[in-house]
Design a protein around this ligand. Structure first.
Ligand SMILES: *[C@@H]1O[C@H](CO)[C@@H](O)[C@H](O)[C@H]1NC(C)=O
Ligand SMILES: *[C@@H]1O[C@H](CO)[C@@H](O)[C@H](O)[C@H]1NC(C)=O
Ligand SMILES: *[C@@H]1O[C@H](CO)[C@@H](O)[C@H](O)[C@H]1NC(C)=O
Ligand SMILES: *[C@@H]1O[C@H](CO)[C@@H](O)[C@H](O)[C@H]1NC(C)=O
Length: 467
């Protein structure tokens, strides 16, 4: 454990004590103006006393030291100004020593100051400084640990959300936990202004139509977002969805979407022919005639595999899976026709992708790249990915994503990398990333995309793991 320069105190005790000290200071100041004494210049300026013992580099695990240090900093400033005042008073008294009350000797005054004022003040100052030092683990039992982040936020609803909720009457809940902690992504702290705007509402009232603010927070790493206690807005003219035998291949009713944060006002407007459609990825996705041939008809590029070929590799074994990419659920629709259930990830980047997938009768999963996938280990038969993973992705980020996919894929499960593309010179690096798991290679195809870019498609099978 790291050494600190002072013994550790329980935070609450120190805070309570701090208030006492401040109260005491006020009294000291009053006393100093009542008595007349001299000892000017005795006070030390000890701002740097503890700085030698700890540095900014020290990390306090699980403890929001910055927020606390901000609070303490305020108190320290106030205390220092009190000290200055006290000092000035003493100097003033020094000048007016002729009027000194002759019944009390100078020595007595000096002793009084040293013992009764300066020493307590000095130790109080030191004590204040050590408030910056407590380490969560050092404070006491785990149940006594200071909760991180709460002091960071001012908006009451955020503070309520992140405060742990204890089970009633000291019971352990069905999950075996004593309390429930609601989580927020650490980037929420960096995006404090946006988060406070997001969490500023009247409980029980209608939320603002601010899903785009929420999404901005999410894609920047404030993910998961806090839950809210306001009612989400919905289309005033929501129509019942089409029956499943029609919905898969039909453009949904535009009245079922709130369009206010998009450039378009209906699904027809999202056509690739419209330059003002408001989104750039997956441009033909809202045209069913363009979507229908995908994965079922031979395409121009040799990197396109057919669903029938893939399913034939392990007949009947592929039942559930994840489609990680950008799209309107067409892959899931085709798989559904083969009695395979696919969950499709989607973000509403400029168009209502989530609503579209859901209105087609398929399952949209609203997750960002940041999140660990909400599936248990070794559960999925298939992961298909297309459309979003290409040359922009940071290698380390991709590595974390691939390991997460490996986690949820069952032994014998298939990873279908579909039309991944990157710069030719990066191909070796990406190939290494995909092949590092030593999956069985069923299919592997590379073809040129442009002068400098290449497509890569692969069908890989996760091997059984002995351990
Ligand atoms: C610390 O935890 C132990 C058991 O985990 C408990 O017996 C003890 O009372 C706790 N101490 C405090 C100060 O809460
Ligand atoms: C879809 O199914 C319903 C009954 O479930 C039927 O009335 C309707 O005609 C079907 N539509 C099509 C296009 O087959
Ligand atoms: C795709 O092309 C191959 C040979 O080029 C052919 O055998 C196959 O039937 C075609 N499939 C479809 C769906 O057109
Ligand atoms: C899907 O399941 C239905 C009902 O069990 C069955 O009639 C149909 O043939 C299946 N389709 C495929 C492609 O296996």
């Amino acid at each position: 454990m790291r050494r600190s320069c002072f013994p550790k105190f329980r935070l609450s005790r120190v805070m309570a004590w701090l208030q006492l000290v401040l109260g005491g200071l006020v009294i000291v100041v009053s006393i100093s103006s009542l008595f007349r004494f001299y000892a000017a210049g005795f006070f030390m300026h000890n701002e740097d006393i503890c700085l030698h013992f700890y540095s900014v580099k020290d990390v306090y695990d699980g403890f929001d030291i910055r927020a606390l240090s901000d609070r303490v900093g305020e108190v320290l400033n106030r205390m220092e100004s009190l000290q200055d005042k006290l000092e000035k008073t003493v100097q003033q008294l020094e000048k007016e020593k002729d009027a000194l009350d002759k019944t009390i000797t100078r020595l007595e005054y000096k002793n009084f100051l040293e013992v009764e004022v300066i020493r307590p003040l000095y130790s109080a100052h030191i004590a204040l400084r050590q408030i910056r030092l407590p380490k969560a683990e050092g404070i006491g039992n785990s149940t006594m640990k200071e909760e991180p982040l709460i002091n960071t936020f001012v908006i009451e609803e955020i503070r309520k959300y992140i405060t742990p909720k204890k089970n009633r009457v000291g019971k352990v809940n069905i999950y075996g936990a004593e309390k429930i902690r609601n989580t927020i992504g650490h980037a929420c702290v960096l995006m404090k202004k946006e988060l406070e705007e997001y969490m500023d509402y009247d409980i029980g009232s209608y939320c603002k139509d601010d899903w785009n603010l929420a999404q901005k927070l999410m894609v920047n790493g404030c993910d998961p977002l806090p839950r809210r206690r306001c009612l989400t807005r919905a289309s005033k003219v929501y129509q019942k969805p089409f029956p499943i035998n029609e919905s898969l291949w039909k453009l949904p009713d535009g009245r079922n979407v709130r369009w206010s944060n998009y450039q378009c006002r209906n699904f027809e407007c999202l056509s690739s022919k419209n330059p003002k459609r408001g989104y750039s990825k997956c441009t033909g996705c809202f045209e069913m005639d363009k979507e229908k041939p995908k994965w079922v008809a031979n395409r121009s590029v040799p990197v396109d595999f057919l669903i029938s070929d893939i399913l034939a590799i392990k007949p009947g074994e592929t039942r559930i899976g994840l489609d990680f990419g950008v799209g309107t659920g067409t892959f899931a629709a085709r798989m559904r026709e083969q009695n395979v259930t696919i969950v499709s990830t989607a973000l509403n980047l400029g168009a209502p992708f989530n609503e579209m997938i859901a209105l087609r009768g398929l399952i949209p999963l609203y997750v960002t790249l940041n999140q660990r996938l909400p599936f248990f280990d070794n559960t999925m038969d298939l992961i298909h990915t297309t459309g979003f993973m290409d040359g922009w992705l940071d290698m380390l980020l991709l590595d974390f994503i691939l390991f997460d996919w490996d986690r949820i894929l069952r032994p014998g499960g298939l990873l279908w990398i579909d039309r991944f593309f990157c710069n030719k010179k990066d191909l070796d690096d990406y190939m290494y990333m995909f092949l590092q798991f030593r999956y069985k290679k069923h299919k592997w195809a590379i073809s040129p995309k442009s002068k400098d870019e290449v497509y890569l498609s692969a069908l890989l099978e996760k091997p059984p793991r002995a351990i």
